[in-house]
Design a protein around this ligand. Structure first.
Ligand code: NAD
Length: 265
C-alpha cells in the first residue's frame, strides 16, 4: 500500500470478473489510495462484479454502462457528475468482436456488421468515454486504454480485433493531442496475452499464450502485476510528461524479430 493515487478519483470501465485486466488495475489503484467508480456492461454482470467491488475499501461506486448505447453512457457519466462533480482518471479496458470473426481468414470472415461492431465497442468507445470524462477533468487528469500487438503485426485469428486496436491506438494519439492543452495525459498499454474472458473468445488462444511466453525476452507470461503497475504509473503523477504513448508490457515479445534458433555449428 502507498499513496500515489491519494486524492484522485476515477472510473474503471471493463471489469467482468476477477481475471479482468480492469480488476487487476483497480486493485493496484485502490491500494494506492484511489477513490474508484466501476462501470459494467449490463445487469447480468452485476452479480459477478459487485462482490469484487465490495471487497475494496472506501465503498466504491458502481454504475452500468453499455458503450454501444448513448443513453446508457449519458446515464453513467451523469451519475458520476452527480456523485463527484469532477474526476481525475479513466481506465478503459473494453473490447469485443464476434467469435466467428476471431478465426481463420480475416479477408473472408469479416462482415460489415462485424467490422462495425468491433470498431464501435473496441475503438470508438474510448473516443466517446474520453470526451465525457474530460468534461469532468477541469484540473487535468490521465486516461489509459488497453491494446495488443495484433494492431501492429499480424497475429493469427486476432483479425478484425487487430484492426480495431490499430484504430484504438491512433485514437489514443489524437485524443492525447486534443486534451494535452487541458493537462490531460492519454496513453495505451499494449499487454501481452493474459488468461481472461476476452482471450477465451480468440480461437487458438492457448497457443497465443504459449508463444507469448516462449518467444518473449523474459521467457515468462505477461504478469497482471506489471500491466496494472504500468497503469498506476501512467495514471499517477509518476507519469508526468508521458502522453500519446503505447507502452508495451509483454515480457519483451513485441521487440523480438526472430525467436531463438538452434545452434547450427
Ligand atoms: P475481459 O473479458 O475481462 O474484459 C473485457 C470487458 O469488455 C468486459 O468487462 C466486458 O463486459 C466489456 N465489454 C464488452 N462489450 C462491452 C459493451 N458493449 N459495453 C461495455 N462493456 C463491454 O477481458 P480483458 O482481457 O481483461 O480485456 C480488457 C482489455 O484488455 C480489452 O481491451 C482487451 O482487448 C485488452 N487486452 C487483453 C489482452 C489479453 O490477453 N487478455 C491483451 C492485451 C489487451
Amino acid at each position: 500500500a502507498g499513496n500515489l493515487m491519494k486524492g484522485k478519483r476515477g472510473l474503471v470501465m471493463g471489469v467482468a470478473n476477477k481475471n479482468s485486466i480492469a480488476w487487476g488495475i483497480a486493485q493496484q489503484l485502490a491500494a494506492q489510495g484511489a477513490e474508484l467508480a466501476f462501470s459494467y456492461q449490463g445487469e447480468e454482470l452485476e452479480k459477478r462484479v459487485r462482490p469484487l467491488v465490495e471487497s475494496l475499501p472506501g465503498n466504491p461506486f458502481m454504475v452500468t454502462a453499455d458503450v454501444t448505447d448513448d443513453a446508457s453512457m449519458d446515464a453513467c457519466f451523469d451519475a458520476l457528475e452527480k456523485k463527484w462533480g469532477k474526476m481525475d482518471f479513466l481506465v478503459h479496458a473494453i473490447a469485443f468482436a464476434g467469435k466467428d470473426e476471431l478465426q481463420g481468414s480475416f479477408t473472408h470472415n469479416t462482415t460489415r456488421e462485424g467490422f462495425k461492431r468491433a470498431m464501435d465497442v473496441s475503438a470508438f468507445s474510448f473516443v466517446d468515454a474520453a470526451k465525457r470524462a474530460s468534461a469532468l477533468m477541469p484540473d487535468g487528469g490521465a486516461m489509459v486504454c488497453l491494446t495488443y500487438l495484433g494492431s501492429e503485426r499480424v497475429v493469427p485469428n486476432y483479425n478484425v480485433m487487430g484492426v480495431a486496436k490499430a484504430a484504438l491506438e491512433a485514437s489514443t494519439r489524437y485524443i492525447a493531442r486534443d486534451l494535452g492543452p487541458h493537462g490531460i495525459r492519454v496513453n495505451a498499454i499494449s499487454a501481452g496475452p493474459m488468461r481472461t474472458l476476452a482471450m477465451a473468445g480468440i480461437s487458438g488462444g492457448r497457443t497465443l499464450m504459449k508463444t507469448g511466453k516462449d518467444w518473449s525476452m523474459l521467457k515468462e507470461d505477461t504478469r497482471m502485476e506489471g500491466v496494472a503497475g504500468s497503469a498506476l504509473y501512467l495514471l499517477s503523477d509518476l507519469g508526468h510528461s508521458c502522453t500519446g504513448e503505447v507502452l508495451h508490457v509483454d515480457a519483451g515479445f513485441h521487440a523480438v524479430g526472430v525467436p531463438d534458433i538452434a545452434d547450427e555449428g
